[in-house]
Write a protein that binds this ligand. Structure first.
Ligand code: ADP
Ligand code: MG
Length: 478
């Protein structure tokens, strides 16, 4: 058989919310705590007789996520109990949401395509199980038990591994812009599960899906989906069928491994959580939250490209490094010339970023105020200093925070364009470099470059390269 197979992917993404306390108690929510079982209390340990109190901050954060993802926010919502038995679940049930999620029917555009969002709901995280090597027991760390957790489910609208990782990345950026989650996949603050199926091109109905877990990085998301598409296609090609199952991604071996077959649907015996009242939101409350939504990554991307004539990849640096983007905007505000603004983006994205990374200076400790950076751009733009000098000045500015004009004055760096002065130096250079002069006269053009280089060395880079070239050419052809 030689058929084309179309992949279909739907994502389920969990993100730990950044809140002061846990979802239903006042234990501290600290995803970076390394000592086990220090942020616990009778409520999140599931002791009998305790009662949950819902965390307002967490509810508002999920509502904001929904609003940012174009979801509708139902006026009425409630929590439900999802019952199952597992050592990471002290109460024997998880408080989650079943048929009335906080947010539903949204979408997120990625790579020019709208991916539907089925729902975004709020639940509590489970404890973390630790399996010490070579031991016949497991340990439970309850610091994570009861941490507010957002769950987002997409429609099966994604058709490639690239789209899937782009969706997850964009969601991560949005969560960070909203300041609702640190959403670091490597730290387990954001966890992605991918549902993958393939179907022959000729068939309309979707194939049987396989759910892949343990995806701890964007790379794992892509590799696991690619592996599944290939595996499932091969099974179907050879006449087999796909069984609905959960598979785990083995990062070391780069394969998915069957974890459990999906028997009949789980019976979680969902029912409304009797210890928490349902919630009603007024239009006014939702309107207030809407006002708190900042500019989102996609708006920022488009605005930066349009307002500052940046390429997509240039704009992306400012979208991902929001503070750097803010700095650039403060510099641009002080420059009223499009070319000078372009110059500023180039200097920030290459020279400044290089200097910051090399010396690992955080932008918050950065000594150069935007006005001074703008002044430097102005000096380059007006031809007062060359780009070689500008680099020196910038390095000095970053190190000392001094005003560029002061640095230029102190180090006598301003560009020399005075033909007379350059002629005097050129004469000395011609006398001292007889061999190069002879080469040039014999037609060796690179000799001129060498002589210009000598001029730059002698003037510590301050001679205007254009004037130096003209003057040397004139003297040499005499
Ligand atoms: P379940 O009831 O098994 O949890 P859902 O219908 O709730 O299944 O869907 C769970 C996730 O799987 C969603 O992200 C959805 O988009 C995705 N999905 C559903 N059907 C398919 C399919 N045939 N192929 C790939 N993904 C699918
Ligand atoms: Mg489901």
């Amino acid at each position: 058989m030689d058929m084309n197979y179309i992949p279909t992917i739907g994502l389920e993404i969990h993100a730990e919310l950044k809140t002061k306390s846990k979802m239903f108690c006042d234990s501290k929510n600290d995803s970076l705590e390394t000592r086990p079982n220090v942020n616990v209390c009778p409520v999140c340990m599931g002791h009998p007789g305790t009662l949950p109190v819902a965390n307002k901050e967490a509810i508002q954060k999920v509502l904001k996520i929904g609003l940012a993802l174009n979801c509708s926010i139902p006026e009425f919502t409630k929590f439900d109990r999802k019952n199952y038995f597992y050592p990471d679940l002290p109460k024997g049930y998880q408080i989650s949401q079943y048929d009335m999620p906080l947010c539903k029917q949204g979408h997120l555009e990625i790579l020019g395509k709208k991916v539907g969002i089925t729902r975004v709901h709020l639940e509590e995280d489970t404890a973390r199980l630790v399996h010490p090597e070579k031991m016949n027991h497991s340990l439970v760390d309850f610091n994570r038990a009861g941490v507010p957790l957002m769950e987002l489910v997409t429609e099966p609208d994604i058709t490639s591994s690239k789209e899937a990782s782009a969706f997850a990345r964009e969601l991560q950026t949005i969560l960070r812009y909203l300041d609702v989650s640190s959403a670091d996949m490597e730290k387990g603050q954001m966890r992605v599960e991918a549902n993958v199926s393939v179907r022959p091109e000729s068939k309309k109905e979707l194939g049987t899906k396989v759910e892949v877990k343990n995806l701890n990085s964007f790379k794992a998301v892509e590799s696991a989906i690619e592996f599944e598409i290939k595996r499932q296609t091969e099974v179907l090609e050879s006449g087999g069928s796909i069984s609905q199952e959960t598979r785990g991604w083995d990062d070391a071996k780069n394969i998915t491994v069957s974890q459990r077959e999906k028997e009949e649907a789980h019976d979680y015996r969902y029912f409304p959580e009797p210890d928490l009242p349902p919630f009603r939101f007024s239009k006014k409350e939702i309107g207030e939250l809407k006002k708190q939504i900042p500019e989102l990554p996609q708006e920022r991307r488009t605005r930066f490209m349009k307002s500052y004539k940046l390429s997509e990849s240039e704009a992306e640096v400012f979208v991902q490094q929001k503070e750097l983007g803010q700095y650039f905007e403060q510099v641009a505000e002080k420059l009223n010339d499009a070319k000078a603004v372009k110059l500023a983006s180039n200097y920030i994205l290459s020279d400044l970023l290089g200097l910051l990374e090399g010396k690992s200076v955080a932008l918050e400790d950065f000594l150069v105020v935007p006005a001074d950076f703008a002044k430097l751009m102005h000096l380059i733009h007006k031809g007062v200093i060359s780009s070689a000098i500008a680099k020196q000045v910038l390095r000095e500015m970053v190190a000392t925070g001094k005003d560029p004009e002061r640095i230029i004055k102190e180090k006598e760096l301003s560009q020399v364009t005075d033909t007379k002065a350059i002629e005097e130096i050129a004469k000395d250079i011609i006398l001292a470099n007889a061999k190069a002069v002879e080469d040039y006269k014999k037609g060796k053009k690179t000799a001129l470059q060498f002589l210009i280089g000598q001029m730059m060395a002698k003037t510590k880079g301050t001679a205007s390269p254009e004037v130096a070239k003209k003057v040397l050419q004139k003297l040499l052809t005499r």
